[in-house]
Design a protein. Structure first.
Length: 328
């Protein structure tokens, strides 16, 4: 039987690193990380196992393990349906890691578990989280549980359409004009590069790299220093983000909308404008009841959320049959 005091592991698998944390009663007791091995799925899993075993050696055997991956997950089986940057497509992670560790394993999308971590930290049962980075991820918590849809593949908030005739999605998506095509790091670099090519005398043209592109870092720096072209790019970014937030508020009626991911560090360039746009477009009765803010868990949201997911699932299993009704 599991208790709030028993140890669980949270694992956050990213394109650059695998992080593992030991959690006891929701608090991190210890953590470790190492670069993600991308040569093959077996090599990646061997690296994950080695990292986790190092944490286990220091903190003890876990009652359960939660894993967050940047992939679409069939939640009931813990199988990776699609995976963009890591070689895990088609891998039954729940079964494979359960065999390796001899403990219950629960696998979910990384943005889902990050949203769960934020909701638990805020004491909030109704939350929408957007993670703005290279792409756009998202997670929804409703009635205190992660919303996943029929098979665990839902809440792809980055692929919600804002304009059917907009730019192609830069991610693994057949859509055009979706949130990711406007509000991601890839979209910002695309817009900055196109503007630089059109205006050879501009500051952004001077920021073109050896690869012929303007990096997100150079764009942010230019906007922070008041370059009008860079500011204009972030104005469109903010407007489209506000459109997206308004749609999520109207659909989910959350108590909180939180913005995380690497681009949240540049929130001073767009967040106030995005909130203004959302307020002008969302239904007033819903918008006045929502709070929009930056995420608070920071880079540890994924690994903490994965551990919280594991703890939540084993507690529910003690009190009910392990059906979808008991899922986080």
């Amino acid at each position: 039987m599991a208790s709030d005091e028993e140890l669980v592991l949270g694992v956050d698998v990213g394109g650059t690193k695998v992080a593992v944390a030991a959690l006891r009663d929701g608090e991190v007791a210890g953590r470790a990380e190492r670069p993600t091995v991308l040569e093959s799925s077996s090599a990646l899993l061997d690296g994950l196992e080695a990292t986790a075993r190092g944490v286990i050696a220091q903190h003890g055997r876990p009652a359960a393990i939660g894993v967050g991956v940047p992939s679409q997950i069939v939640y009931a089986t813990g199988t990776v349906e699609t995976s963009v940057n890591i070689p895990l497509a088609g891998v039954g992670l729940r079964e494979e890691l359960g065999r390796r560790f001899g403990a219950p394993v629960f696998v979910d999308n990384d943005a889902n578990v990050a949203a769960f971590a934020e909701a638990r930290m805020l004491g909030c049962d109704e939350l929408v989280m957007l993670t703005l980075g290279t792409g756009v991820g998202g997670g929804v918590v409703t009635a205190g549980r992660i919303f996943r849809g029929a098979h665990g593949l839902g809440a792809e908030l980055g692929h919600f359409t804002l304009s059917p005739d907009g730019p192609p999605c830069p991610g693994n998506c057949p859509n055009s004009g979706c949130v990711e095509s406007y509000c991601s790091g890839q979209a910002l670099e695309r817009d900055a590069t196109e503007l630089a090519q059109d205006k050879p005398d501009s500051r952004l043209a001077g920021a073109l790299g050896s690869d012929g592109r303007v990096s997100g870092r150079e764009l942010v720096l230019a906007a922070e220093q008041g370059d009008p072209d860079a500011v204009l790019i972030f104005e469109r970014f903010a407007r489209m983000l506000g459109l997206a937030i308004a749609g999520y508020v109207n659909v989910f009626e959350p108590e909180r909308v939180v913005i995380g991911g690497g681009l949240s560090r540049a929130s001073g360039l767009y967040l106030d404008r995005a909130v203004q746009e959302a307020g002008a477009r969302a239904l007033p009765a819903l918008f006045r009841r929502v709070e929009i803010s930056l995420a608070r868990r920071g880079p540890d949201a994924g690994v903490i959320g994965a551990g919280l997911l594991a703890a939540h699932e084993i507690r529910n299993t003690e009190h009910a049959n392990p059906t979808t009704e008991g899922s986080a």
